[in-house]
Design a protein around this ligand. Structure first.
Ligand code: SAM
Length: 242
């Protein structure tokens, strides 16, 4: 699979030490995620984080819902290792699963740990084809409790190249500001060149958020919406009817 690039330690480190920290409005995205979970009025018992990376999203939920348990799934061994280290104090709460959600068998692998109150995913599903994204959303629906919530914090496509360029420049500024704070001497030109030649650009299969919300409605999710969007970063999802 082309998204195998994530199995490399180098890309993992580059993402965690650079790109993740530069995501604009990242704190607000997590606050919104928690607010939406809270508004669901469900017992947050079991959670599933798909493409968990270092576990940032699952950890944020666990800080608030301290009794929750669940599964963190990722295709990348180095990422799973970082997640295990970072979440060491919650190790009794989580199973760390090394698996590819590009294969339908992933659902069987985690089924015994479900059904889940909340399923989240951060910047991960956009490497799948549109056909696979739709199947994956159905598989997620089947793993939720009635009233359960799916939230996808995700890279989505822009409507035109010009809009996409707004996002690129916005993100480059954010990365550059982070480098300025770190005092590592990299120029904006340098940041820009790295951004346009980044490794994962080739394996992105971004889809419009409107289309993805429509797929969720067709599957049976309710209260589907794009709850937040800034250029190519969106937080969208829906609830499984009770
Ligand atoms: C950009 S990182 C995001 C990590 C984390 N969710 C976050 O919000 O920071 C994408 C993660 O998805 C994982 N990933 C990508 N494709 C995957 C797949 N098909 N199955 C499981 N994990 C996948 C990568 O290994 C990586 O850890």
């Amino acid at each position: 699979m082309d998204y195998d690039i994530w199995k490399a330690t180098e890309l993992t480190e580059k993402y965690l030490s650079g790109v993740r920290g530069a995501i604009p409005l990242a704190k607000e995205q997590i606050e919104l995620m928690l607010r939406i979970i809270d508004a669901c009025n469900i017992k947050v018992e079991r959670i599933l984080d798909l493409g968990c990376g270092d576990g940032i999203l699952a950890a944020s939920i666990l800080q608030k819902y301290t009794d929750a348990s669940g599964v963190l799934l990722d295709i990348s061994e180095p990422m799973i290792q970082v997640a295990k280290n970072k979440l060491v104090k919650y190790k009794e709460h989580f199973d760390f699963v090394l698996f590819d959600f590009g294969e339908s068998r992933w659902a069987e692998r985690v089924k015994a740990k479900g059904p889940f109150s909340v399923i989240i995913s951060g910047f991960s599903i956009h490497h799948q084809t549109d056909e696979r994204k739709q199947k994956l959303y159905s598989e997620i629906f089947n793993l939720l409790i009635p009233g359960g919530l799916f939230l996808n914090l995700e890279n989505v496509s822009s409507s035109t190249k010009w809009v996409s360029s707004l996002f690129d420049e916005y993100f480059i500024d954010s990365l550059y500001n982070m480098h300025l704070l770190n005092g590592d001497g990299i120029t904006r030109q340098g940041v820009s060149e790295e951004w346009y030649h980044r490794e994962d650009i080739e394996v992105n299969k971004l889809a419009p958020v409107e289309k993805q919300c429509e797929w969720l409605r067709e599957i049976g999710f309710c209260d589907v919406d794009c709850y937040f969007k800034v250029f190519e970063i969106a937080l969208f999802g829906g609830r499984k009817p009770r």
